[in-house]
Design a protein around this ligand. Structure first.
Ligand SMILES: Cc1cc2nc3c(=O)[nH]c(=O)nc-3n(C[C@H](O)[C@H](O)[C@H](O)COP(=O)(O)OP(=O)(O)OC[C@H]3O[C@@H](n4cnc5c(N)ncnc54)[C@H](O)[C@@H]3O)c2cc1C
Length: 497
């Protein structure tokens, strides 16, 4: 049995076991996110609200990758843990993540002969972030990235297929073996591990306050089942994600982003930042909000960077390339915004489709225009056919020569675009990631405005700021949530002992 099939079987088995063992109705959900559909839908079972206790060692707020990694790590370190999620389903933005997880010096890179180094990963991330990343957090991230890949592998979450994203010179974006999107696979795998460890997961459970006494955290207030309840804990891990779905907050912090669409799930509203600020936490880089260059505008659907990483090009309405497609996101977004009209087409061929499984989802959503020949495609998307053909010819020559004289692209050039049918997706930038957030140290402790750790308060993932500086590199957020999620779990469990 393949590992993924084994996963699904175990998941179904564990879910059925819990239902029978508990003999009570639990909240069930059949996952329907894109990525889960790509990597295999699975049914999830959540803990009944009546089972919420008055006290735990560690309360994890949020069930994305950071929260679930923290909960698994805290549990494995001996703590009594609970996960509280305000949405009716778990996964947050993590479930939507597509390209993969960046990591350096991994066993999977070694197996492919990719000579990467943590120092190179550090330098390229720092460059992508405009030199404004917190150096200690970034160092911790890169030095623990390979360990995070191994940790996931040990949990049955194997990210062995490697591609690239903008701003990276080496292939270091790890994704599932079949090239499918990382998010659904990761969420399913982490969920399964929580179930296996009997960690309770409550959905529709919105944390509205972190309680504290004499400066130390004592628990949370949570709205669940129509009631507000106070639960005590010595430690709270905030893993509530970013605020990319609160477009008013986005526009207030960065007025230039008024009117943009967002790729984020509706629960990404910055709750954890407000909760931490109420306890005296400092924030950092709040105005640094990333727009992603390739978002389909009618559906706000993200077209993953892995499509360009595997060789796609961008063309303007004249059928011409206009940018190094694997520049960092801020630069590619700016190049699209400078176009007249200000949209672009992602162009790829059938061979690329086989390398990026997420494209099947874009097709099922009706986002992809497909034709047997370049000329027919050009006609359908209304760009000059001769120009589009010339653009592809020049590009394929650049791939053969490994020399993109026009725009200096150096990565995502392993394959020519010459296997019909040909495909196009119309895109423009959309709000995607909030780099700023709560200030933490390398122990994932939340810092107050004097730089002191707030006793018992931890945070990890997109709710925090500092790791990415003013521009996040594709693939680095998933690295962030796993590396710092683990750390928040381990440290909070140590604190409560
Ligand atoms: C479409 C898309 C594609 C992406 N692709 C990639 C990629 O390929 N690689 C990469 O590195 N990054 C990617 N990212 C970014 C990355 O997915 C996120 O930054 C990351 O998953 C955030 O994880 P998290 O655990 O911090 O937060 P989330 O996964 O967003 O989880 C936070 C959870 O907390 C819950 N919550 C919020 N407030 C409360 C509250 N008050 N009480 C209880 N629960 C609460 C939320 O509902 C949510 O479920 C992508 C993002 C998007 C939107």
């Amino acid at each position: 049995m393949k590992r993924r099939s084994l996963f699904c079987f175990l998941l179904a088995f564990v879910a059925a076991f819990i239902l029978v063992a508990c003999g009570k109705t639990e909240t069930k959900e059949t996952t329907t996110t894109t990525e889960e559909a790509v990597s295999g839908a699975s049914e999830k079972v959540y803990t009944d609200p009546s089972e919420l206790k008055d006290s735990y060692d560690v309360i994890v707020v949020g069930s994305g990758g950071a929260g679930m990694s923290a909960a698994i790590s805290a549990k494995d370190a001996g703590a009594n843990v609970v996960v509280l999620e305000k949405m009716p389903v778990i996964g947050g933005n993590t479930a939507k993540s597509s390209a993969g997880m960046n990591a350096s010096q991994t066993k999977f890179q070694e197996a492919e002969g990719i000579a990467d180094s943590n120092d190179k990963f550090y330098e390229e991330t720092l460059k992508g972030g405009g030199g404004t990343n917190n150096p200690d957090l970034l160092r911790y991230l890169v030095d623990n990235s390979a360990g995070a890949i191994d940790w996931l592998d040990g949990l049955g979450i194997t990210l062995s297929n490697i591609t690239t994203t903008g701003g990276m010179s080496e292939k270091r974006t790890h994704r599932p073996a079949d090239g499918s999107a990382v998010g659904g696979y990761l969420v399913n795998g982490l969920y399964y591990n929580l179930v296996e460890r009997k960690v309770p997961i409550f959905v529709n459970a919105e944390v509205t306050d972190v309680t504290a006494k004499d400066g130390a955290v004592t628990g949370v207030k949570v709205k669940i089942d129509g009631k507000e309840k106070t639960i005590s804990a010595k430690a709270v891990v905030l893993a509530t994600g970013g605020f990319g779905a609160d477009l008013d907050m986005v526009a207030k912090l960065n007025p230039a982003l008024e009117g943009y669409v967002t790729t984020n799930q509706p629960g990404s509203t910055g709750d954890g930042i407000a909760l931490a600020e109420d306890e005296g936490a400092a924030t950092v880089d709040m105005e640094q909000i990333q727009i992603h260059p390739t978002v389909e505008q009618e559906t706000s659907y993200l077209i993953t960077e892995a499509v360009r990483g595997e060789g796609a090009i961008l063309v303007n309405a004249k059928g011409e390339r206009f940018v190094n497609e694997l520049e960092t996101r801020d630069k590619v977004s700016a190049a699209i915004n400078a176009l007249e009209p200000n949209y672009a087409y992602v162009i790829f061929d059938d061979a690329l489709k086989d390398r990026v499984k997420a494209i099947a989802q874009y097709e099922s959503k009706g986002l992809v225009t497909t034709d047997a020949t370049v000329a027919d495609l050009a006609k359908e998307i209304d760009v000059p056919a001769e120009t589009l053909q010339a653009t592809l010819d020049t590009w394929n020559q650049a791939v053969a020569d490994k020399n993109d004289a026009a725009f200096g692209r150096t990565s995502g050039m392993d394959h020519a675009l010459n296997t019909g049918s040909y495909h196009a997706i119309k895109v423009a930038p959309g709000v995607h990631h909030t780099m700023g957030g709560v200030k933490i140290n390398t122990n994932a402790e939340v810092l107050d405005t004097n730089g002191q750790a707030i006793p018992g308060l931890y945070a990890a993932g997109e709710v925090t700021g500092g790791v990415h500086g003013k521009n996040r590199i594709g693939g680095n957020a998933v690295a962030d949530i796993i590396v710092f999620g683990r750390q928040a779990g381990t440290q909070s469990a140590a604190y409560v002992k």
